[in-house]
Design a protein around this ligand. Structure first.
Ligand code: NAP
Length: 288
C-alpha cells in the first residue's frame, strides 16, 4: 500500500500555527505583510498569485500586489523593489519569475533585500542554504519538500536520498537541505549514466526534472518514499508530475500526488517566511 503524502494536510497544519503567531504580533500592533511583484499576466503567475493571496489571507498576513505590463522597463521593477525594501511595513517580497526576456533577471532579483527575500532568490540566501545556515530563506519549493517529510515523520538521517535535477531553485537547495538533516545525498541530472540504477538506490527519491510522468516503477526501489516536484501539462491538457503515479503505486511506500502535493505547500512556506522576516526585522529594530 502506498501512502499519499497530501500537501494540503501539511499546509493546513502550518497555517494553523502561523495564524496563532500572527495574532500574537497583531496584539503588539505589528501586521506582517507580503509585497508581490508581477510583470505581465502569465497564467502560471496569476495562478500562483491567487494561491498566495488566499493563503496569506487565511494566515492573517496582509498583502499588496504591484503589477507592471510585460513591456515595462526593468527600472520600473527595480523602483518597486527598492521602495518595498525601504518600507518598514513590508516584511517579505515575492517576485514572479521568469521575468520578460528584455530584463536582467539575475541583476533584478539581487535587488531584493536578503532580509525580505522570502522565496530565497538572492545569492546571499542561496549561499546560506549551501552553508547549512538556518537564518536565511531557502526557496519555497525545496522548503516545501522538507516540510512534507517532517510532517509525515519520514526519517532522513542516514537514508540515501537521490535527487533527480540540479536546478538552483529546486535540485541543489533540496540536496543541501537533506544533507543538513544527515541524509546521504546523490544528485543526478540529464548526463547521469544508468539513471534508473541510481534512482533505485534511493530510500528517498526527490524528482524535479520537468518531464511528465518520466519516472516509472523501474526507477523506484521497493518501499522508497517518492517526492514529485514536477508540474507539467500532458497531451490531454491535464496537470501531471514527473512521476508516473499509477505505475509506482504499491512499489513506493509513500508518494506526493500532483496536483495536491509539493505545490500545495509552497504558499504556506511563503507565509512562514513572511513571519520569520517580521520577527527578524522586529528584533533588529529593537536592538538598534
Ligand atoms: P529546470 O531548471 O529545467 O531543471 C531541470 C533539471 O532536470 C535539470 O537539472 C536537468 O538536468 C534535469 N533533467 C532534465 N531532463 C532529465 C532527464 N531526462 N533525466 C535526468 N535529469 C533530467 O527545472 P526546475 O525549475 O528545477 O523544475 C523542475 C520541475 O519542477 C518542473 O516540472 C517545474 O515545473 C517544477 N517546479 C515545481 C514547483 C512547485 O511548487 N511544485 C516549483 C518549481 C518548479 P541538466 O542540469 O543536466 O540539464
Amino acid at each position: 500500500m502506498t501512502i499519499l503524502l497530501k500537501g494540503l494536510e501539511v499546509a493546513n497544519t502550518m497555517t494553523h500555527t502561523i495564524q496563532k503567531e500572527v495574532d500574537g504580533f497583531k496584539e503588539q500592533g505589528i501586521y506582517p505583510k507580503l509585497a508581490i511583484v508581477r510583470v505581465g499576466e502569465s497564467p502560471s503567475d496569476l495562478s500562483y498569485e491567487k494561491g498566495a493571496l488566499k493563503r496569506m489571507e487565511k494566515c492573517g498576513i496582509k498583502t499588496e500586489v504591484h503589477v507592471l505590463s510585460q513591456e515595462a522597463d526593468q527600472s520600473e521593477v527595480i523602483k518597486i523593489i527598492k521602495s518595498a525594501n525601504e518600507d518598514a511595513s513590508v516584511h517579505g517580497i515575492l517576485m514572479f519569475r521568469p521575468l520578460p526576456k528584455h530584463m536582467d533577471e539575475t541583476m533584478i532579483q539581487e535587488q531584493i533585500s536578503p532580509e525580505k527575500d522570502v522565496d530565497g532568490m538572492s545569492m546571499i540566501n542561496f549561499g546560506k542554504v549551501m552553508a547549512g545556515e538556518v537564518d536565511g530563506f531557502p526557496p519555497a519549493t525545496p522548503a516545501a519538500v522538507m516540510a512534507i517529510l517532517k510532517h509525515y515523520q519520514i526519517e532522513i538521517k542516514g537514508k540515501h536520498c537521490v535527487i533527480v535535477g540540479r536546478s538552483t531553485v529546486v535540485g541543489k537547495p533540496v540536496a543541501m537541505m537533506l544533507l543538513k538533516e544527515n541524509g546521504t545525498v546523490t544528485i543526478s541530472h540529464s548526463k547521469t549514466e544508468n539513471l534508473k540504477e541510481v534512482c533505485r538506490r534511493a530510500d528517498i527519491l526527490v524528482v524535479a526534472i520537468g518531464r511528465g510522468r518520466m519516472i516509472t516503477k523501474d526507477y523506484v526501489k521497493n518501499g522508497a518514499v517518492v517526492i514529485d516536484v514536477g508540474i507539467n501539462i500532458d497531451e490531454n491538457n491535464q496537470l501531471c508530475g514527473d512521476v508516473n503515479e499509477g505505475d509506482c503505486m504499491d512499489i513506493a511506500s509513500a508518494l506526493t500526488p500532483v496536483p495536491g502535493g509539493v505545490g500545495s505547500v509552497t504558499t504556506s512556506i511563503l507565509a512562514a517566511h513572511v513571519l520569520k522576516g517580521c520577527k527578524t526585522q522586529w528584533l533588529k529594530n529593537h536592538k538598534e
